[in-house]
Design a protein around this ligand. Structure first.
Ligand code: ATP
Ligand code: MG
Length: 250
């Protein structure tokens, strides 16, 4: 069974249709890469899935249960909070709280939502920091960390609530090329541990290496989706061919 099913997502901003009939499924342990030109709707799709925007139409199921229905979208605050917990989100800008240390950033949500007692949450946070290679940075503030280190703390923070699906929106695009690798290695390691992930990325080589499935979105529609080998080596449409060509030239 699919862990995530998105059916017929439609979203407009004013007169502009930004998502037009988006359908896809993801199985537990799979990595989905979303690629496509700027303005195509990738971030909007992630934000709709994470309940940061509301699709006007569409259905989303997690583990077979409908958690969003655009036609019947009355949700209490408590339901919304509960539904959001299925997802962890890592943004392009790391968005750590500057006044808290690395470990404090990670325990914030688990403590607030009483995931476990504070001691257990802290133990878990330290374990996650170790997993992203930052065991020695627990007590450092974000301003004392490099961009790549901050992004790894953000990943640990997203993992701390044990989400079913971890979502990334261009996790390396605000990093210098030489530190992109350390973040991609952590994501690759999560993929090897069968973490279910959706990754919006401009890193085509990485998408090809890590993804089980790739979606190419242009003008709010899925133009092609499938196996990375087919998407990258045998694209069917001129739009995808042109896009991949432009990425190679960039
Ligand atoms: N809050 C908003 N209000 C109005 N229009 C918006 C809003 N957010 C996004 N859009 C528009 O929706 C379209 C899709 O934007 P989106 O950010 O989803 O694209 P993207 O594929 O993530 O692009 P990029 O690769 O540049 O990040 C764009 O035309 C954008 O201008
Ligand atoms: Mg975007």
């Amino acid at each position: 069974m699919s862990i995530l099913e998105v059916k017929n997502f439609n979203k407009s901003f004013g007169d502009v249709e930004v998502l037009r009939g988006i359908d896809f499924e993801l199985k537990k342990g799979e990595v989905l890469a979303i690629i496509g030109p700027s303005g195509g709707g990738k971030t909007t799709l992630l934000r709709c899935i994470n309940f940061l925007e509301r699709a006007e139409e569409g259905i989303m199921k997690v583990k077979g249960k409908v958690i969003f229905d655009g036609k019947n979208s009355r949700m209490t605050e408590a339901e919304l909070r509960q539904n959001r917990l299925h997802f962890g989100l890592v943004f392009q800008q790391f968005n750590l709280f500057p006044q808290y240390t690395a470990v404090q950033n990670i325990v914030l949500a688990p403590n607030l939502l009483k995931k476990a007692d504070k001691k257990t949450n802290k133990k878990n946070a330290l374990r996650l920091l170790k997993r992203v290679g930052l065991a020695d940075k627990a007590d450092n503030y974000p301003c004392e960390l490099s961009g790549g280190q901050q992004q790894r703390v953000a990943i640990a923070r997203a993992l701390a609530m044990n989400p079913d699906i971890l979502c990334f929106d261009e996790p390396t695009s605000s990093l210098d090329p030489e530190i992109t690798g350390e973040v991609l290695r952590v994501i690759k390691q999560l993929a090897d541990e069968n973490t279910t992930m959706i990754i919006v990325t401009h890193e085509m080589g990485f998408a090809k290496e890590v993804a089980d499935k790739v979606i190419f979105i242009d003008e709010g529609k899925i133009v092609e989706q499938g196996d990375p080998k087919v998407i990258f080596d045998n694209p069917n449409t001129d739009r995808l061919k042109n896009f991949l060509g432009s990425m190679l030239r960039a």
